[in-house]
Design a protein around this ligand. Structure first.
Ligand code: HEM
Length: 438
């Protein structure tokens, strides 16, 4: 049986949908999704993307045929060859070393540190926040300190704003660079120069962590990893191996949890009934003496977090590169095609979800994400390359939320936020959410 050709939306000659992409990429993708259906091609500048949205297509690419759909990045300078960028046997080796280190059985050890970071930062930030500071900055500062302490082994760094800017600079650079036609040399490319500066700041922090890591008494992920690979002859450049992986974990785990908390605060400010249900679930917990097993379940809070990640998946789109021709659920894929799967599109598909644009946490109450559909609810990706930090992210999101809910109510204080799809899903106007004391 011959395979079907995938419908294509070409846009303007030469430029394709480049302007729409730069202006509002979510709107552009959503429009094409409605017009063309579950699978379509989209021309953006010099590239053509094959956009897949249906669970069976996502299962095919991320699981059944994952060996032929590989990750390819324009950001080797950032991540080197890490768990997030390697493929094939190299990726398997890295994953088998990193994944056990993020196993929830270690969370009991770090939970005391996590709690004191949350208390210190929230109490310190609250005045600033209510004087107009962005709520994302509060959450980012907490997740930054948690990652710094638990992964890199450093105590709160006074360079938060510099690091936050550096990460945003690098992110903007790689997301825009992907679809540009020309590669300007560094001497006349200001963005490239800033990118390099940002990169050296982050490298400086990570190398400081590697230097200080105590393998006799390993407490941070850097020190555990350093000890773990000490005698591993498969890994030639051990310092680069640790740097690349820790950089990846820092980058992947920094914004994602903070953005989820920011969008959730916004939705709870609009839905006081859910805000109170969440509060009721945690009001009797003693935060100072809280242990990790106590926060694992919490069905109402878990449902609200899941519903937030359905509507606003922090990683809203990811790509894969086809290394062979393939039959993708009846459609023709050619070697060299770039495939894009988007949790955002799949999560807002009206054929898959009732009232897809509404905040309805009840759809997750008493139902695990797996029951909903492993390839339909995909905020953490799916298949063997699913997020390694998923449990860690859920742990910090819930712990931060419990502390905030026990003391404050979320309140909208301005215009509703509009989504801004960078590499992760930001808001254009700082969420406009304040925390009012209970
Ligand atoms: C709410 C929080 C988070 C969300 C929504 C999220 C989302 C995702 C998604 C969608 C992927 C798959 C990307 C793909 O298919 O190309 C992924 C991969 C990954 N995430 Fe997360 N993530 C979160 C938190 C974290 C944290 C806290 C860490 C680290 C501590 C982390 C580390 C990673 C790594 C290393 C990968 C690559 C895994 C591989 O390729 O084998 N993530 N994440």
């Amino acid at each position: 049986m011959s395979l079907k050709e995938i419908p294509i939306s070409k846009g303007l000659p030469l430029l394709g949908h480049l302007f729409d992409y730069k202006k509002d990429r979510l709107q552009m993708l959503k429009k094409a999704h409605v017009e063309f259906g579950g699978i379509f091609k989209l021309k953006v500048g010099p590239k053509t993307l094959v956009v897949i949205t249906q669970p069976e297509q996502i299962e095919h690419v991320l699981q059944k045929k994952m060996d032929i759909y590989i990750k390819k990045t324009n950001a080797d300078q950032l991540f080197g060859k890490s768990i997030g960028t390697a493929n094939g046997a190299e990726w398997k080796k890295q994953r088998s070393l990193i994944q056990p280190l993020l196993n929830p059985r270690y969370f009991n050890n770090i939970f005391e540190d996590v709690k004191s970071i949350i208390i210190k930062n929230t109490d310190h930030y609250i005045d600033k926040l209510n004087n107009g500071e962005n709520i994302r900055e509060l959450f980012s500062k907490i997740t930054y300190d948690i990652i710094l302490k638990c992964m890199i082994g450093l105590d709160s760094y006074d360079k938060f704003h510099a690091v936050d800017n550096a990460i945003q600079e690098m992110t903007d650079f790689i997301s825009n660079d992907k679809y540009s036609f020309i590669d300007l040399p560094e001497v006349i490319n200001k963005k490239k120069q800033n990118f390099k500066k940002s990169l050296s700041l982050l490298n400086e922090i990570i190398y400081e962590g590697i230097e200080q890591a105590d393998t006799e008494n390993p407490r941070s992920l850097v020190s555990v990893l350093k000890k773990e690979i000490e005698n591993n002859n498969d890994i030639k450049d051990k310092k680069a191996f640790i740097r690349d992986n820790i950089f990846t974990l820092l980058y992947a785990g920094y914004d994602t949890s903070a953005l989820t908390l920011s969008w959730l605060s916004y939705e709870l400010s609009l839905h006081p009934e859910w805000l109170e249900k969440c509060f009721d679930e945690v009001k009797d917990l003693d935060f100072q003496n809280l242990t990790y097993p106590e926060i694992k379940d919490l069905p109402i809070i878990t449902a609200c977090v899941n519903e937030t990640m359905r509507l606003y998946p922090p990683g809203w789109a990811f790509t894969r590169f086809a290394t062979e021709d393939d039959d993708l659920c009846g459609y023709q894929i050619r070697k060299g095609d770039i495939l894009l799967y988007s949790p955002y599109l799949t999560h807002r598909d009206g054929h898959l979800w009732d009232n897809p644009d509404d905040f309805q946490p009840e759809r997750f109450v008493g139902k695990s994400p797996v029951e909903i559909g492993r390839f339909q609810f995909i905020p953490f990706g799916a298949g063997p390359r699913t997020c390694t930090g998923m449990q860690f992210g859920m742990m910090e999101i819930k712990a931060i939320l419990i502390y905030v809910l026990q003391k404050y109510r979320m309140q909208l204080s301005g215009e509703r936020p509009k989504m801004d799809a960078r590499v992760t899903l930001f808001s254009t106007n700082n969420y406009q959410v304040k925390l009012k004391e209970r």
